[in-house]
Design a binder for this molecule. Structure first.
Ligand SMILES: Nc1nc2c(c(=O)[nH]1)N[C@H]1C(S)=C(S)[C@@H](COP(=O)(O)OP(=O)(O)OC[C@H]3O[C@@H](n4cnc5c(=O)[nH]c(N)nc54)[C@H](O)[C@@H]3O)O[C@H]1N2
Ligand SMILES: Nc1nc2c(c(=O)[nH]1)N[C@H]1C(S)=C(S)[C@@H](COP(=O)(O)OP(=O)(O)OC[C@H]3O[C@@H](n4cnc5c(=O)[nH]c(N)nc54)[C@H](O)[C@@H]3O)O[C@H]1N2
Ligand code: SF4
Ligand SMILES: [Mo]
Length: 757
């Protein structure tokens, strides 16, 4: 019998970074099915909006993935046995400590910390990191955004910058298909609004005529991997036709002369030819940008996982900075953040901090994902020997899965915290199970809105089953087992917490001020001491008390304008606001707020990043990337589609369409190969081979093919493991990476196709 309660409970979608507010009515025989799902109108960011993806979100909670419900230990034979939490924590702690004693804790690395909607658990990992003296961390951000973080930090002294698309007159999407991938609130409504408005211009730069490009006023259908030439030509037009914001730049920026000198002499026609885009169309786009004064850009994976990715990020910023599109309505902004996902370093030189083996730059605090195998598979004395992976699936999501697997197998110890027996978990020495994101409080730290920014602490929908422990508890136990926590401090803070928040604040500041070690352990200290005073089931929100204090300190005017008189008041509002709260409001003077957050040494925008300006000059003689005779196709490995969501949902049944994620190919190419829809092809790249079914893509350039992201996962059917689709990183190579940020070129993988007879 299926029962559905009439009670709608607030939560959020976890399938992309937007984390739209949802309301769920539970049903099913035990009331544990996410039976009905609708947008939550009370959510202050999404206001009831959703796309089609969350309707079957129940497959995350109840799908046919192999859920982990007990701590597991790998046996000598390679299978797994259940162990108790006590044994798991004490063995893991002993092994991490042992590595520390023999080699120094810094050879243990931390990977992950959250998917698209769960960053609270990972927040506690900071304490474990400190307790075992770990040295390096990374996450998916270091295979997409670290180049951009470095560019932003160098030019503006802030790692994270976004644009006000909703109010822009000209909106430019560069290697981004927001119709499918979203990335900002109400993406589809916004795209339609811009497209419909004759006063506004939608520009899409993408080799494919995407769903977003279909709506565009101007589609610059660049040849794959050649955006750098296109953007350099666009800057050249701005400079040569004097479309730059001279007065604004004189007041706000340094380095203009070098920019004029570099781009003044570029052969626009020649660069447009290399990019494969009609020069007149490029000029039309640049004129629209130059004339508008309200231009917003959004760059994403199409360029960030491609040739010249860091250079392209730089050129993209130059376009909107040269036209003065910062700080005003409809332009770029720097939001107030709740928890900084990446921080700008004072020393912005690329190699200010590097990895031990390959000497790769650490940007935004993260080492490049692509060098992880090289930092493990070597004799170097400081090679990585231990790894803690949390809420991430690097054996599947990072370049060159086979080599990644080899590297994970070569570690002395690999510990994975996950809900499911993933590709990565199956390599682990220990798997530690967490409750699902609907069985505990969770939150996203992807809070990028402006002028009003939103934070949403989702209350649990369901009780967690016996067995898994929330990440906060796992980290607390690991930290306690390390011996790093001083019980006297814990006791003092616990007593203060009983006396009230004021007493707690005083005691907390006393315990952590001037004591770096205690400060680093703060998340676990908060969980153990403040946590028990929080409402039942909300203990793991304790970390947010600290985050709220810091957010208030960093942006008190904005937080106060949002109605929170103190860090404590903000924390209470977050606990109470089950549909989300506005935590910062800069609407009184958005421009002043943005300039407060420009943190370069002189307060100016730095137009010059010497290495990247040189790379821009080198374009004149660089060989543009393209297919070769041996490899006649360029594969975009990991496209976002209507029913893809990284590896969050493992059960293919959640996809309404194309459950096996076909390889998309142009009509011409299909015809040349004698293929019709549904036929199978073998796809081969310099790194691997796979077989896929094809579908014909009318919007695709000849020679450009694509496979979706998040396929090639397995689930259980009648006790058997069944794999659906192609895992894109069986085909990618870790060496194929950006020379600056080390980010992968997943959107440009040379390939050839052979029809399967
Ligand atoms: N449906 C869905 N949405 C998602 C996700 C998901 O898995 N599924 N994942 C989320 C995550 S983690 C992220 S990071 C974002 C990513 O969001 P997007 O970056 O929008 O996603 P992609 O489809 O990977 O790539 C975007 C576009 O890049 C284009 N492209 C390929 N090669 C080139 C090139 O050489 N130049 C240019 N200019 N463009 C090129 C592709 O044709 C594609 O349209 O999406 C988020 N949203
Ligand atoms: N070739 C290619 N590779 C790519 C991409 C591409 O376009 N092409 N895109 C890349 C991008 S942009 C991204 S963001 C990455 C994403 O790749 P990853 O960072 O590895 O993230 P997910 O695939 O989202 O994996 C999330 C993990 O969290 C687990 N999980 C879910 N809920 C919980 C929970 O409550 N607690 C815990 N502890 N675990 C939980 C899930 O089971 C899953 O294993 O993939 C990247 N890989
Ligand atoms: S997938 Fe993204 S845009 Fe769609 S409902 Fe979920 S969070 Fe919102
Ligand atoms: Mo991503």
């Amino acid at each position: 019998m299926t029962t559905t309660t009439d009670e709608w409970k607030p939560t959020a979608c976890i399938l992309c970074e937007c984390n739209c507010g949802l309301e769920v009515a539970l049903g099913g025989p035990e009331g544990r099915t996410l039976a009905k799902i609708r947008g939550d109108k009370l959510h202050p960011g999404s206001h009831g909006y959703t796309c089609e993806k969350p309707l079957r979100l129940d497959r995350y909670q109840n799908g046919r993935a192999e859920r982990v419900l007990h701590p597991l230990r790998r046996t000598a034979a390679g299978s797994y046995e259940q162990i108790s939490w006590e044994v798991a924590i004490s063995e893991i702690s002993a092994r991490l400590t042992q590595i520390g004693v023999e080699h120094g804790g810094e050879v243990i690395m931390y990977y992950g910390g959250g998917g698209q909607g769960n960053h609270l658990g990972g927040g506690y990992s900071r304490a474990t990191f400190a307790a075992y003296g770990m040295g390096y961390r990374s996450s998916a951000l270091a295979q997409e955004k670290t180049g951009e973080f470095w560019v932003n930090s160098s030019m503006l002294g802030a790692a994270l910058i976004r644009s006000d698309l909703g109010n822009a007159q000209v909106a430019v999407f560069l290697g981004k298909n927001p119709w499918q991938s979203h990335g900002f609130p109400h993406a589809r409504t916004m795209l339609r609004d811009i497209a419909r408005d004759p006063e506004r211009t939608l520009i899409v730069i993408d080799p494919r005529r995407t769903e977003s490009a279909e709506l565009a006023d101007i589609h610059l259908q660049v040849r794959p991997g050649r955006d750098a030439w296109l953007l350099a030509a666009m800057i050249a037009v701005l400079v040569q036709d004097d479309l730059i914001a001279t007065d604004w730049l004189a007041e706000h920026a340094s380095g203009l002369a070098d920019i004029l000198a570099t781009f003044g002499g570029i052969d626009v026609d020649g660069y447009c030819t290399i990019a494969g885009v009609d020069e007149a169309l490029v000029r039309q786009a640049v004129c629209a940008i130059g004339a508008s004064g309200r231009t917003a850009f959004f760059e994403d994976l199409g360029v960030q996982m491609n040739h010249n990715s860091t250079l392209v990020s730089y050129l993209e910023k130059l376009i909107w900075l040269l036209t003065g599109n910062l700080g005003r309505t409809g332009t770029a902004y720097i939001p107030a953040v709740m928890v900084p996902l990446a921080t700008a370093r004072k020393d912005t030189s690329l190699h200010a901090s590097v990895t031990p083996v390959t000497g790769s730059p650490i940007l935004g605090g993260l080492m490049p994902c692509n060098v992880i195998p090289e930092e493990i598979l070597t004799d170097h004395p400081k090679r990585f020997r231990g790894m803690l992976v949390e809420s991430a699936n690097p054996a599947h999501s990072l370049a060159d899965s086979p080599r990644m697997g080899e590297a994970l197998a070569a570690l002395d110890v690999l510990v994975v915290i996950d809900v499911a027996m993933t590709e990565t978990a199956r390599m682990a020495d220990y798997v530690l199970p967490a409750p699902t994101q609907f069985e505990k409080p969770e939150a996203t730290f992807f809070n990028f809105e402006f002028p009003r920014n939103v934070f949403h602490l989702r209350p649990p929908l369901l009780e967690a089953p016996d067995g898994p422990l929330p990440e906060a508890e796992i980290h607390a136990r690991l930290v306690e087992a390390s011996g790093a926590l001083d019980p006297a401090v814990v006791e003092r803070l616990a007593t203060a917490a009983q006396q009230g928040r004021d007493a707690f604040l005083t005691a907390f500041l006393m315990a952590t001020a001037g004591d770096k070690r205690a400060a680093a352990l703060a998340p676990v200290l908060l969980y153990r001491t403040l946590g028990p005073t929080l409402p039942e089931g909300r203990q793991s929100a304790a970390l947010l008390w600290g985050a709220a204090q810091l957010a208030f300190q960093a942006n008190s005017a904005s937080v106060q304008a949002a109605g929170h008189a103190s860090g404590d008041a903000l924390f209470d509002a977050i606990l109470a606001g089950t549909s989300g709260v506005v935590f910062a409001d800069d609407s009184a003077d958005p421009e002043a707020a943005v300039w407060r957050r420009v943190r370069t040494d002189d307060g100016l925008v730095h137009l010059v990043i010497p290495e990247l300006l040189q790379a821009a000059r080198d374009l004149a003689t660089d060989a543009p990337p393209g297919p070769t005779q041996e490899w006649p196709f360029v594969l975009s490995a990991g496209e976002r589609r209507a029913f893809t969501a990284n590896t969050i949902i493992r059960d293919p049944e959640w996809r309404r369409r194309e459950p096996d994620g076909p390889l998309r190919i142009s009509p011409n190419d299909a015809e040349k190969l004698g293929l019709t829809p549904g036929d199978e092809v073998e796809i081969e790249t310099p790194r691997g081979k796979a077989t896929a079914r094809i579908s014909i893509d009318e919007g695709r350039q000849d020679g450009h093919i694509a496979l979706p992201n998040g396929l090639g996962l397995d689930h259980r059917e009648d006790g058997e493991r069944v794999v659906t689709g192609v895992a894109p990183n069986e085909l990618t190579s870790a060496a194929d990476r950006d020379p600056f940020a080390g980010t992968p070129r997943h959107k440009f993988v040379r390939a050839r196709l052979t029809p399967v007879a």
